[in-house]
Write a new protein. Structure first.
Length: 379
């Protein structure tokens, strides 16, 4: 009579994964051959280890609970289910129908999952490119067993139930003749071998959870929402299987001085109306250091000045964009008596015409909409 795995570990059938892990570690410490040389304890240790290997794996536990393990009621082939392709073998002349089928043990190794992490960078990082460290918790290779899943000094043993094939055949007589079913071996869960002494550090999975830091190289010109793929930087697979990939999604934070327009940077300078009329030089801060823009005499609100080659370096190119500087003319909201008198004198000297609403013919540049269109085109 096969022992019940839950009874061996001393847990209920609805025990959580953590409960099963704690129960196994407690029993393994007292039964391990290095601690307890009693031959009966060694035999019990093997049974407890096999029970833990089955119940710690959700898929194996599900199969066991459905009757695929020792003491179970059994299903089709004792595994709680069968491959529908086996139906054809049932009517193919019994065991002879199995010839040519590709059956083999199921590898323990599985590819690790992909990981998505997000990181924030500033607009300056977009201009020049940068490197950032991304820290995350993930599965890494167990340093004790190095992915073998076995306790140090041990190795898997060939399953005596299936002979290492990972599957078993069952033949039954029916009205239609011999029926042959093929199912994963319930003793080794289809692996062909059994880990009698699982690694205590990783609980027989070949990997453990650990915090890891990876340096991500971010090229210049990336957009908000860009995802960078680091192949093989994701979680390590079960039993030392190949690692998944790491995806880093970028969020570009807003800048206090500049906005992005393609490969160009856009900013604004505010100049008094007198400076716009007379002309002036305005210092501005750029990502390349302090620069100066020349506001020509007679500049109008909305005029755009250009600083060449100080914008963003686009992906796959070395030519940088420009900085576009929009002129904002500041008109005073209130005047002192002296300022008003001087401005009225200025108006008399210039002989300014009274305010009016010019038609399209009166504006050679095509009116206010035409000027707006020209400015947008210039950008």
């Amino acid at each position: 009579m096969n022992d019940d795995y839950y009874d061996l570990l001393g847990v209920s059938r609805d025990a959580s994964s953590e409960d099963i892990k704690r129960a196994y570690r407690k029993k393994a410490r007292s039964l391990h051959p290095d601690v307890n040389p009693d031959p009966s304890a060694q035999e019990q240790y093997k049974k407890v280890s096999q029970a833990y290997e089955t119940l710690a794996n959700p898929d194996k536990r599900r199969t066991y609970d459905m009757g695929g393990g020792p003491g179970g009621a059994g299903g089709f082939g004792g595994a709680g289910g069968f491959d529908f392709s086996d139906i054809f073998d049932m009517f193919a002349g019994g065991a002879a129908g199995m010839r040519g089928r590709s059956q083999g043990p199921v590898p323990r190794q599985r590819r690790g999952g992909d990981i998505l992490r997000r990181t924030t960078l500033g607009l300056k990082d977009v201009v020049f490119g940068t490197e950032q460290d991304v820290t995350f918790r993930t599965a890494v290779l167990c340093s004790v067993c190095e992915g073998s899943c076995c306790a140090p000094g041990t190795s898997p043993t060939r399953c005596t139930v299936c002979g290492g094939t990972g599957h078993v055949q069952r033949v039954a007589q029916s009205l239609l003749g011999q029926m042959v079913t093929v199912a994963p071996c319930s003793a080794c869960q289809g692996h062909g071998d059994i880990i009698e002494s699982p690694c205590v550090e990783c609980s027989g999975h070949g990997r453990v959870q650990q915090e890891r830091t990876t340096t991500v190289k971010i090229p210049s010109g990336v957009e908000d929402g860009t995802r960078i793929k680091l192949r093989g930087a994701g979680e390590v697979g079960e039993a030392g299987g190949p690692s998944g990939d790491l995806y880093v999604e970028l969020t570009v934070s807003a800048d206090d001085l500049f906005e992005r327009d393609g490969d160009d940077l856009v900013t604004r300078v505010r100049v008094p109306m007198t400076s716009a009329a007379l002309g002036t030089k305005v210092p501005i801060e750029t990502f390349d250091g302090a620069r100066e823009v020349d506001v020509r005499a007679g500049s109008q609100p909305g005029d755009v000045l250009t600083l060449k080659g100080l914008g963003i370096t686009p992906l796959r190119s070395e030519r940088r964009g420009d900085i576009k500087v929009e002129v904002e003319v500041v008109v005073p909201k209130s005047l002192s008596a002296e300022q008003r008198r001087i401005l009225e004198q200025f108006t008399d000297v210039r002989g300014d015409e009274p305010p009016q609403q010019p038609g399209r013919k009166a504006d050679q540049r095509g009116g206010v909409f035409g000027r707006l269109r020209d400015r947008l085109r210039d950008r």
